[in-house]
Design a protein around this ligand. Sequence first.
Ligand SMILES: [Zn+2]
Length: 414
Amino acid sequence: MAKITALIENTGQVLTCARDAADLVGAQKNVVVAISGDTIAAIGTPAEIAAAHDLSGAKRVNAMGGMVMPGFVDCHTHLVFHKSRVEEYAQKVIGRTSAEIKAMGIPTGITATARMMREATKEQLADSAAERLQHMLAFGTTTVESKSGYGLNTATEIKMLEVNQILAKRQPIEVVSTFLGAHEFPDDKPRDEYIAEILNEMIPEVGRRKLAEFNDVYCDDGYYTVAESRTILEKGLEHGLKIKIHTDAYSHIGGSTLAAELRAVSADHMNYTDPAEYALLRDAGVVCVVMPALDFSVGHDRPFDARAMLDAGVTLALATDMCPGCWLESMPFVVQLACRLYKFSPAEAIRAGTLHAAMALDRGDRLGSLEVGKQADIAIFPYERFEDMAYRLGRGRARKVLKSGEVVFDAGTA
Ligand SMILES: [Zn+2]
């Protein structure tokens, strides 16, 4: 009989988000969640659990009638950066173009962040990212992917990945590290020279020191070509780095087809993806990560077509895309945008932010659903039913959050 270390009781709805859930979220009532160490031991009625388990040493976690669900997995972020680009944003919202804003002397875009990044210390970067992670935790997020890509030289890219290591140790959220040297081109060296630096210096060091789990490229018009992306992604594979790709955000140059061919773990953005590619992505098992808040934040003129992708059977995951151009810590807000602007059902959106997002980080077997044997990463929200998460706009703070079976956030009586 497993020794139960924690018991979540007085629950309202419990969502398992289990792989085989017919309603996609596995909504149940009148059940409790029993945890043994860092693992889910059982889900059942209070009587069933009491009959089959030793509850004598279990810490009681009172859900206060709230909704219990897997912690969110935020599977695409640029969490580590220095300062902000608030001046650029304040001009963009009134309709000024990047060129007009630059002419006003305000630095814009990835290269602006890259310049700020070079002067920052690891401690400064870790402090500001940790503050954002605190907010993410309060919104029920228990795992966050964090990309490099504002270095655009070897030393600064490595510095960003070292900050991911610091963050993983000093706060409860699991941080998944992704190398994104191919995010942009630096303005201080020729294109070919920078690509050679990625291939010959950055990737070998990242692989040798195990500084990242994934290798990502920005494959789009004006960024990396399909051929360049393929070379960089294949080089990463040789060094043990799994494949992610940013593509089809602002053009259609073939990045999704490349993702299917290389069996990428995920392909992210998908605004310009050709419907003919949906079946390729689905059949190759590529999870497509879509980010409603990024489109919202930049005022994208071509939103991705989530409904068509869902109807084609593509596995969609949701993420914040937290970055200086889209400052968002809340996955519940992503669920709200996904439902209202992109025709996700509330159940589809919650599953996309939990199980499917875990799959986008190659963690579908360990995270993203409440099932016996999986890690006890759990968020409790003050909702009567799961649709409330989509309906109550601007809300989204969790009541309690557990990471690996421990309560790591508690909003008190909220
Ligand atoms: Zn991104």
